[in-house]
Design a protein around this ligand. Structure first.
Ligand code: SAM
Length: 371
């Protein structure tokens, strides 16, 4: 619960990443609401605010900045501290459990409630419970901005129905083409309800507890087809950026005899991209081909990974990532659904879609090995 969410925020800095695209939509929604807000103070409450990039990013140069008062609730002290450095004096950042209604005491009823990055990290029952309790945090006519991914089974229709049942009118629902996120803007047109500081809204369990994820790096296999190539491109950029920042002295050093050096990891990931591309092309041409193992450990020695030119390795890596993403972008449904026998983690018939998702996992996972 500490380091992971800090790393999660880094995807905001990767141009074109699904998270960066979601942030842009949320910020547009916030800006539009501030533009239209009547004169006077605007009270904002943000649940699980992270670094508060959504609200604080808009406030950097919004004309209503001085009118915004508010509270960001975030459990991670480092993320809360980052938010604090960006927040105007009228916005408090509280390091507390956003699942407890008591955390919002003094800051509600709010005119704008942000519930971004929350619904995908709590159970369905808690999501409904939180929606039922939202009118207790809202001033009359308050707006709520919420997000939820739309991967199958897409639960956003149920979220929208439940909001309507609780007196919220839909102002907008954004689900841009080529993305798997949803951003909703709802206005409380029904009556607000009295605030109660003795209730729990939700237990934050994290998407790892809800999805099929890697226990080491947190990558989730439950990503939608539309998200695959944006993640592939942005994770490739992030890998290259992190690798380039390593100093020359450490790049060829193994910290343990059986742990690869950063250069060896970079060569490995480059070769993964090459091999996965070949496998996907093979699966387009042949019926259920059996993929030949890539012999990852043997290659390190045979191809002298640790003696290769780092600049050339990164250049090849980026070219391969771009070519693979472009090839995947050109596939039709039948192309994504073609299959082949894949050896990892145990021999199984895998679709091209799974192979592509697994490749994105490799990029994220090994980025964590670049130390
Ligand atoms: C998916 S991120 C969303 C951050 C931010 N709202 C955004 O959209 O950029 C979830 C955030 O919830 C925080 N978090 C986890 N459990 C929490 C809790 N019980 N109370 C408050 N924040 C929590 C994490 O540290 C993380 O920053």
């Amino acid at each position: 619960m500490t380091h992971d969410w800090r790393e999660w925020h880094e995807a905001y800095d990767h141009r074109g990443s699904p998270l960066a695209r979601r942030l842009a939509v949320v910020q547009q929604c916030i800006a539009a609401l501030l533009d239209a807000a009547p004169p006077g103070p605007i009270r904002v409450a943000s649940m699980c605010a992270g670094e508060g990039r959504d609200l604080l990013g808009v406030l950097e140069n919004h004309p209503r900045r001085a009118d915004v008062e508010g509270l960001l609730v975030e459990l991670d002290p480092e993320l809360a501290a980052t938010a604090r450095t960006r927040a105007p004096a009228t916005v408090e950042v509280l390091c507390a459990d956003a699942g407890m209604a008591a955390s919002y005491s003094g800051a509600v009823p709010a005119d704008l409630v942000l519930v971004c990055g929350v619904f995908g990290n709590i159970t369905g029952a808690d999501m409904m419970r939180t929606i039922d309790l939202l009118p207790t945090l809202c001033a009359p006519q308050a707006a709520v901005i919420w997000t939820r991914h739309r991967r199958p089974p897409d639960v956003t229709p149920g979220v929208r129905r439940r909001l309507a049942e609780n007196g919220f009118e839909e102002v907008a629902f954004h689900a841009p083409e080529g993305t798997m996120f949803g951003v909703g803007v709802h206005r409380l047109t029904g009556p607000p309800r009295p605030f109660r500081d003795d209730v729990r809204l939700f237990d934050f369990v994290g998407f790892r507890a809800l999805d099929d994820t890697c226990s080491q790096c947190g990558f989730t296999y439950a990503i939608g087809r539309a998200e695959i190539t944006p993640w592939l491109r942005s994770d490739a950029d992030a890998f290259a950026e992190k690798f380039r920042k390593l100093d020359d002295a450490s790049i060829r050093i193994r910290t343990e005899p059986d742990v690869w050096s950063p250069l060896e990891y970079a060569c490995h990931v480059r070769d993964v991209l090459r091999v996965q591309t070949e496998r996907i092309l093979l699966a387009q041409d042949e019926v259920e081909p059996v993929f030949v193992p890539m012999r990852r450990d043997e290659r390190v020695v045979e191809d002298r990974y640790n003696e290769q030119d780092p600049a050339q390795v990164v250049a090849e890596f980026l070219t391969l990532a771009d070519a693979l993403a472009s090839m995947l972008d050109g596939l039709d449904d039948a192309g994504w659904e073609r299959t082949g026998v894949y050896n990892y983690p145990e021999p199984a018939l895998r679709t091209v879609e799974w192979i592509a998702i697994h490749t994105v996992h490799e990029l994220l996972h090994h980025r964590g090995d670049l130390t």
